[in-house]
Ligand binder design. Structure first.
Ligand SMILES: [Zn+2]
Length: 238
């Protein structure tokens, strides 16, 4: 990796593409079954043209549509499927809870190839998650990294409750525990406070990655935290 920057990585990715797939796509474009690049999307839809702030707005606009029941369900048709089979360029990366009520593509009203999503119980950033998100940002080029907790999170509740847990569940609780401790004694609801503190804790864990911190320093990545409200569907920034 030392002498391999993102550009080289992308070049490699392009070289590694199966020519069969590329040929099929080109044939379909010629036949009009797949929109050409010119017609596939507006300039706004090309993440390479957007700043991290613009990408952030695009992401939050999708959540607004979801909350207002005005979903457009973009990029979910077969043309998009074929278009992105040759390579992905997700515009945002998300670390969120594995909770079945928080599916990122639905709550942000996006489709195939748009979001690089890492989910685990408690939206914790441990080495594998950090590595995945380094890949999604440095290599794939996501310009926003959103860490999103949610209301009534069972993993955070378990960390507050304490006690022994079966299997590997305890390792999740261990990763959340510092947030429970740091938010202890704060006014207001304990679960809400711990959930917010956990998002901030995981953001700090991600920022400790030299790869991610360098992208932020270079203005190539914006990292933000939010708590998703299970009742309203809104991703509220913190
Ligand atoms: Zn949860």
């Amino acid at each position: 990796m030392k002498n391999l920057d993102r550009r080289d990585f992308l070049k490699f990715g392009t070289m590694a593409l199966g020519t069969g797939i590329a040929t099929t796509v080109m044939a379909n474009v010629a036949q009009g079954t797949v929109p050409s690049n010119k017609n596939a999307a507006t300039k706004q839809e090309n993440p390479a043209d957007l700043s991290p702030d613009e990408v952030f707005n695009k992401l939050m606009e999708g959540n607004k549509r979801f909350v207002e029941n005005k979903r457009q369900s973009p990029n979910q048709d077969s043309a998009r499927l074929i278009e992105i089979a040759k390579g992905q360029a997700p515009f945002a990366a998300i670390l969120s809870c594995a909770d079945s009520r928080v599916p990122a593509e639905i709550v942000f009203d996006r489709g195939l190839g748009d979001l690089f999503v890492v989910r685990d119980a408690g939206n914790i950033a441990t080495p594998e998650e950090i590595g995945s998100l380094e890949f999604g940002t440095l290599v794939l080029g996501a310009k926003v990294l959103l860490v999103m907790g949610h209301t009534s999170c069972g993993a955070v509740q378990a960390a507050i409750k304490g006690g022994s847990l079966p299997g590997q569940i305890g390792s999740i609780v261990d990763a959340i525990l510092p947030a429970v401790q740091s938010s202890e004694g704060q006014p207001g609801d304990q679960l809400e406070n711990a959930t917010k503190a956990n998002v901030m804790l995981q953001i700090e864990n991600l920022k400790a990655s030299p790869v991610i911190s360098q992208l932020i320093t270079d203005g190539k990545l914006k990292i933000v935290g939010a708590v998703y409200d299970l009742n309203t569907g809104e991703a509220k920034l913190i």
